[in-house]
Design a protein around this ligand. Structure first.
Ligand SMILES: *Cc1c(COP(=O)(O)O)cnc(C)c1O
Length: 380
């Protein structure tokens, strides 16, 4: 039964996209493990599949749902977020220029530094808190990809997606947005002018801390998109079918999980905003946050569950707070149903520009009073 693409995200997600499956009526789509697909008497393929590294039918509902939610032309699933990110940057030629923010997901930035060292690709990191930062970093005619993330991990500064798209396009570049934290429930970067949208589906889309996955969505099917698909096929960063199936199962509750995490996070942020043990709460949902006015414009259905606390104290105190928590689990990652806490500078290592007194919280869907009580005891 084809679903109307104009249904709201909540409806599409709850139905897992295109259920029921047309040949059997299965309400939950089947899981295909086959790595190879047969031909008929005329030696033609029986369906549209050839070989498991190219495409597996279990990927289809996930990819279609992701493309619909992000209002893109097509989406592709990868074995991890980084497999998707590296596929995007594999399309950049020697001599071309990439622009990205100074504060961003550290793994992606480490990769950008690596390819710029190894392959004669120029990289400029810009200060996202400077309104002219991006403009100054662009080299018209040479810049090919502007990469942004919003809100930025782990300070949760907000980057104006529409303004970035305009600046990138004026310089002849495309805009790619890491929207891992602002899921399609609240932000659709393509509608704001982005050309590519990336999600680490390991996080909110799957939501249960039990699958690594990445999704890249394109505004249009063009040469770079064909190249990204070719790279997935030949580099082989392909998702396992069971993980793809689990991901779709996780996505069915995304809207509820994201709504609850956003509610809990806002309550926590308000509670700790003027707290004696806290120097500052970094959360785009707070009116006091410098990016709040842009966040309100481009996060239209919740500010998400990600926030950071600058504690009054040094790195050792910040680490202690993280390890004393009992409802929050001291672990990296984000977007799961359970709340996580981490001392970010320790996790990021030598290149980290993150303040040493910063604690990052991924707020889950637990009872908010339990979360508040836990942090209170961990801080004291
Ligand atoms: C986790 C994460 C990534 C990388 O994704 P993996 O699934 O871990 O490979 C990229 N960007 C952001 C914002 C992330 O949180």
């Amino acid at each position: 039964m084809a679903k109307d693409k104009n249904f709201s995200a909540e409806t599409l997600l709850a139905h897992g996209g295109e259920a029921p499956e047309p040949t059997t009526g299965a309400v939950v789509p089947p899981l295909h493990f086959s790595t190879t697909f047969a031909r008929n008497a005329q030696y033609e393929l029986m369906g549209e599949y050839i070989y498991g590294r190219y495409q597996n039918p279990t990927f289809d509902p996930v990819e279609k749902l992701a493309a619909t939610l992000d209002k893109g032309a097509e989406a592709k699933l990868f074995a991890s977020g980084m497999a998707g990110i590296t596929a995007i940057f594999e399309t950049v030629n020697a001599g071309e220029h990439i622009v990205a923010p100074t504060v961003m997901y550290h793994g992606a930035q480490d990769w950008l530094r690596y390819i710029s060292r190894k392959r004669n690709i120029d990289l400029t990191l810009f200060d996202a808190s400077d309104p002219e930062g991006l403009e100054k970093a662009l080299r018209p005619g040479k810049t090919v990809i502007v990469w942004i993330e919003s809100p930025v991990n782990p300070t949760w500064d907000v980057i104006d997606i529409a303004a970035s798209a305009e600046a990138a396009h004026n310089a002849g570049a495309i805009l790619a947005v890491d929207a891992t934290v602002s899921t399609p429930i609240t932000t659709q970067p393509i509608s704001l002018g982005a050309d590519l949208v990336f999600h680490s589906a390991t996080k909110y889309l799957n939501g249960h801390s039990d699958v690594t996955a990445g999704i890249v969505v394109t505004r249009e099917k063009n040469e770079r998109w064909e190249e990204i698909k070719m790279i997935r096929k030949y580099v082989g960063g392909i998702q396992g079918p069971f993980e793809a199936w689990l991901l779709l199962r996780g996505m069915r509750t995304l809207s509820l999980r994201f709504e609850r995490a956003s509610e809990n996070a806002l309550k926590l942020a308000r509670h700790f905003e003027n707290h004696p043990k806290i120097e500052k709460v970094l959360y785009p949902g707070l009116e006091s946050h410098p990016g709040h006015h842009i966040a309100k414009k481009q996060m239209t259905n919740g500010f998400g569950g990600m926030m950071s606390l600058l504690v009054k104290g040094d790195a050792a105190y910040a680490q202690q707070v993280a390890t004393r928590a009992t409802v929050f689990t001291p672990a990296t990652s984000l977007g799961g149903v359970e709340s996580l806490i981490e001392h970010r500078a320790s996790v990021e290592g030598p290149h980290s520009v993150v303040p040493k007194n910063l604690i990052r919280l991924s707020v889950g869907i637990e009872d908010v009073q339990d979360l508040i009580t836990d942090l209170e005891q961990a801080l004291s």
